[in-house]
Ligand binder design. Sequence first.
Ligand code: IMP
Ligand code: MG
Length: 180
Amino acid sequence: MDVKASKIKEVLISEQEINQRIKQLGEQLTKEYANKDLVLVGILKGCVPFMTDLSREIKTELIIDYMIAKSYHGGFESNNQVNIIKDLDTNIEGKHVLLVEDIIDTGQTIKKVIQILQSRNPETLKIVTLLDKKAGRKVSIEADYVGFNIPHKFVVGYGLDLEEKLRNVPFIGVYSNEEE
Ligand code: IMP
Ligand code: MG
């Protein structure tokens, strides 16, 4: 086993729990966005499994688009620098935009992205995040839809990485950097 994978100490959220919760969110979002011009905006790369699964549970017409915003430099804590490396292809003016995030920790990434998207005059702009680490928040921002509230621990899997690895782990696990 990979040395990184062997350091996943606990399954925090199982595949089954993730699937169930995404189905519930999908039902809610289907009602909310029925007959509206919906654009799902994902922030690469962590959102990919969540975007893929959630978008198929939203049973209405929609557009999927992605941005790349970098706020993380391979370590355990976010820093406050956020750069947009890839922008949207879609014109979101007058559209209903739903930002799809893997996790909100300090909130700095999403806050910056929200400011940029808001300036393009979407009809509505909301946030859905799979995971919310409320205890990590450094700026005031709340998601409109939250999959799971989680403790202030470093998690990996289902899109979330440590130094670009472990995104393919199918569950959400707690990563331990303690020596044993
Ligand atoms: P924020 O700007 O601090 O809210 O962090 C946003 C980004 O940091 C997320 O999109 C993740 O890429 C990364 N991140 C925050 N917490 C974790 C974690 O526990 N595991 C893996 N990545 C994380
Ligand atoms: Mg990351």
